[in-house]
Design a protein around this ligand. Structure first.
Ligand SMILES: [Zn+2]
Length: 248
């Protein structure tokens, strides 16, 4: 492993633009269960489909109740060395960018100066009007649900307000997606941390990087469909690997 780590350290130091892609694997060290795992938390907090949220008040209430549970969990956990490592990578160069599949907001809690982040599946720690996209903090909705009161609509346009995640069946944010693709096409290193690269649209990004002659490096506990195409693959725990990477 030490040769691959030396090689990766050099790639990081010699790249003009690094795109870092993070998935659930970077947050498991913080104690957040991977939603694909057979974990009790996600079993009892199954996602609500977007159509159901639109159609039914009951689904909206259930969706907010689940968001209350998730935020309770998020308040109990902290970002880990993996999140701090990504923040350091972003600070190396203002052209570096983070694309994350995670909705937990843990990356932002350790950001220092650089805030180049695309949250491709949104964020569970804020809310947004589905019509005019106005952002809201969660508290008024949590309070309404806890007190059995009607869930407030958008102050500006009376639209439905939902947690700012991309639910199953909900269209992605087209701007985020095209930004992620364009940035990936212009990078010289695409670094995957803790993503199995099986969930679209993120799973297509490494292909774009390779087609544009970028190097591909993957640090993930399990194998990914791109392992055979990558320049560096390390199937180990993220925190054990990054502890050995030298950025000086
Ligand atoms: Zn609105």
């Amino acid at each position: 492993m030490s040769n691959r780590i030396r090689e990766l350290s050099n790639l990081i130091k010699n790249s003009n633009r690094i795109i870092i892609l993070t998935g659930a694997g970077i947050s498991t060290d913080s104690g957040l269960p991977d939603f694909r795992s057979d974990n009790g938390f996600w079993k009892s907090n199954k996602p609500i489909y977007f159509n159901d949220f639109i159609k039914s008040e009951q689904s909206r209430i259930l969706s907010w109740k689940r968001n209350i549970e998730l935020n309770k969990l998020l308040e109990e956990i902290n970002p880990n060395e993996g999140h701090r490592f990504v923040s350091k990578l972003l600070d190396l160069n203002e052209d570096n960018f983070l694309v994350t599949q995670n909705i937990d907001g843990l990356h932002q809690r350790v950001f220092k100066k650089n805030t180049n982040i695309i949250e491709i599946h949104g964020n569970a720690t804020s809310a947004k009007c589905l019509e005019c996209k106005k952002e809201y903090s969660l508290k008024i909705f949590h309070d309404a649900v806890r007190n059995d009161e009607p869930i407030p609509a958008c102050h500006d346009c009376s639209g439905l307000i939902k947690v700012a995640t991309i639910s199953f069946g909900q269209p992605m944010n087209a701007d985020d997606l095209s930004d992620a693709r364009n940035l990936t096409a212009g990078c010289d290193l695409f670094l995957v941390l803790g993503s199995s690269l099986v969930v679209q649209p993120v799973a297509s990004l490494p292909k774009i990087a390779l087609e544009n002659n970028a190097k591909l490096a993957i640090i993930n506990n399990d194998e990914t469909p791109y392992d055979g195409l990558a320049d560096i693959v390390i199937n180990e725990k993220i925190n054990e690997v990054i502890a050995k990477i030298n950025l000086d």
